[in-house]
Design a protein around this ligand. Structure first.
Ligand code: PBG
Length: 323
């Protein structure tokens, strides 16, 4: 048998060597940690489908934020769970809304962290849709001013970055111009390619945002489409977005890679609730090594092209990277 000249195994022999030639590495600064904030004090309510994830009251959210900061995580994304919901989602843009209060408290205690406000109405509407509803349909243009109001009120409360996740057409432009009118120059991280996905199930339990009728296929993207993702990304950048996101991450790694090839802005990917829940469920059953999967999954998302990864695993991943 001929001697194989090419032996890739030569560079796999020891951990030191493997570390030297590793193409993709994770750091805590890659992560954005999602936090769910609710009314109350001293609360830390577990979410059944997402072991390790909680609904926090503002005071305990601040404690969790300090832990994240101490682990080197640079940013949080906030989701509000209001005490009251109505058809217009008015708690989303109330001066003293739950997210606005959380932003002020966090800015005070962890001023060095980047606070990202998820801008969408679904957690705040009684029907659970991401926009206002008339004649049984989510109304695009009537929703835009409400999203813009929410964005401005979050920025005024201390949000460093605005992240619209609603998938209404023209929302980035509406938010950009409302911010400008309020003399704010806040960066926008657009959920540009957000798919209508079964992987959001556990989030909807956490945020109590399951649509009361129908589903989100009329505004979120069809899972079969990738060229359309590039179109959404291009539109959001034209309208004034500074960064773009692909969501979910794992079933859409090809989309992340294609977007990354096309744009010159940072690309984020959302390692969503269902992706998290699957790992936790399998690990609890002893079917997989959870810690190992977490790092492998996050590495794959970064390797696909994500510069930033939104993940419920952020704290545990930062701890694993430290050991
Ligand atoms: C709100 C929003 C959702 C997620 C982030 N922002 C839910 C949805 O669109 O139904 C999902 C995040 C996750 O599953 O972790 N529009």
């Amino acid at each position: 048998m001929a001697f194989p000249i090419h032996r890739p195994r030569r560079l796999r022999r020891t951990e030191t060597l493997r570390r030297m030639v590793r193409e993709t590495t994770l750091q805590p600064s890659d992560f954005i940690y999602p936090l769910f904030v609710k009314e109350g004090r001293g609360e830390r309510v577990p979410i059944a489908s997402m072991p390790g994830v909680f609904n926090f009251s503002v005071d305990t959210a601040v404690e969790e934020a300090k832990t994240a900061r101490d682990l080197g995580i640079p940013a949080l994304i906030l989701f509000g769970i209001p005490a009251r919901k109505d058809a217009q989602g008015s708690e989303a843009y109330a001066q003293d809304g739950i997210v606005q209060r959380a932003l002020r408290a966090l800015k005070d205690v962890v001023p060095d962290m980047q606070l990202i406000a998820d801008v969408c109405l679904c957690e705040y509407t009684d029907h659970g849709h991401c926009g206002v509803v008339a004649h049984g349909e989510v109304q695009n243009d009537a929703t835009l001013p409400l999203l813009a109001r929410m964005a401005v009120s979050c920025a005024q409360a201390g949000a460093d970055i605005i992240a619209p996740s609603d998938m209404m057409d023209g929302r980035v432009g509406a938010i950009r111009s409302a911010l400008r009118d309020a003399q704010l120059d806040t960066p926008i991280l657009a959920y540009a390619a957000k798919y209508a996905s079964g992987f959001y199930g556990p989030f909807r339990e956490a945020a109590q945002s399951t649509p009361q009728f129908g589903d989100r296929r009329g505004y979120q993207m069809d899972p079969g489409n990738v060229r359309e993702a590039l179109k959404e990304v291009a539109l959001d950048l034209e309208e004034g977005a500074d960064m773009v996101m692909v969501k979910p991450a794992l079933a859409y790694l090809d989309v992340i890679a294609k977007v990354k090839e096309r744009v010159n802005v940072p690309v984020a990917a959302y390692n969503v609730s269902g992706e998290y829940a699957m790992v936790k469920a399998a690990a609890r059953n002893g079917w997989v090594d959870g810690d190992r999967l977490i790092l492998e999954i996050l590495t794959s998302i970064k390797r696909a092209g994500a510069d930033l990864i939104l993940s419920y695993h952020a704290l545990e991943a930062a701890r694993l990277l430290d050991t």
